[in-house]
Design a protein around this ligand. Structure first.
Ligand code: B16
Ligand code: MG
Length: 213
């Protein structure tokens, strides 16, 4: 019996992929590092510093830790400027309807996101008060596929992991949910993930009764 649903943010509730891509692309171009949308796919659900490590696989020279931190901060400045433009119209199809239906059924809802920008994104899209709990990149030390962020979300909801269903668009997130003892619904880029407990193209195509048990 599912008593709580934990939603990843980027790619599940709102599509910020393009903002991440444009910000990393600008930073990489400035540094002369090759970066494209295929590499960007590998950054889905991955923390900022781990994302930078993936980008630096194509770098021609090594960077010091201080330089890496400055590059990650520069990318974040570009990203934060881009997400200021987000509005409630950027909420992904089916997300608002799913949250409303869960509220009506008394199912608890949380965010479980790797992003340190979660509070500002939720504020921009008008969902700051829509969730019973928010666990994000500011509160964790280990990035997905480690289950830390989802275990924190479950604890904040007052639920056991087995009572929670995680919705994820990243394979690393599906892996994290399962590693934490939760069920996982793969959507978007994770809609074909064979490990996911359930799959749907998007929240708009989800039949809630099939996943709530
Ligand atoms: P930030 P999610 C993740 O969010 C993004 O998918 C990933 O691309 C990003 O690198 C990560 O957040 C960290 O974001 O730089 O804002 O802290 O999908 O876990 O909601
Ligand atoms: Mg995501």
């Amino acid at each position: 019996m599912i008593k709580g649903m934990i939603f990843d943010l980027d790619g599940v509730i709102v599509s910020t992929d393009d903002c991440h891509y444009l910000a990393w692309k600008r930073m990489a171009d400035e540094e002369g590092i090759y970066f494209d949308r295929e590499i960007n796919e590998r950054l889905r659900g991955v923390s900022r510093m781990d994302s930078l490590q993936i980008i630096l696989e194509r770098a021609a020279k090594p960077y010091t830790q201080t330089e890496k931190e400055a590059m990650a901060a520069r990318k974040n400045d570009y990203y934060v400027a881009l997400i200021q433009e987000l509005t409630p119209a950027d909420i992904l199809p089916g997300a608002a309807e799913t949250l409303a239906a869960l509220r009506q059924k008394g199912v608890k809802m949380a965010i479980g996101s790797s992003s340190r920008n979660t509070p500002v994104i939720l504020e921009r899209i008008g969902l700051s008060t829509a969730f019973d709990a928010v666990a994000d990149g500011n509160q964790i030390t280990r990035s997905k596929p480690d289950p830390e962020v989802f275990l924190l979300a479950a604890r904040l909801l007052g639920l056991a992991p087995a009572e929670c269903l995680v919705v994820e668009d990243a394979d690393a997130g599906v892996e994290a949910a399962l590693a934490g003892g939760m069920k996982a619904l793969g959507v978007g880029s994770a809609a074909a993930n064979p490990s996911a407990t359930y799959r749907a193209k998007s929240l708009a195509e989800l039949k809630l009764e099939t996943v709530l048990g």
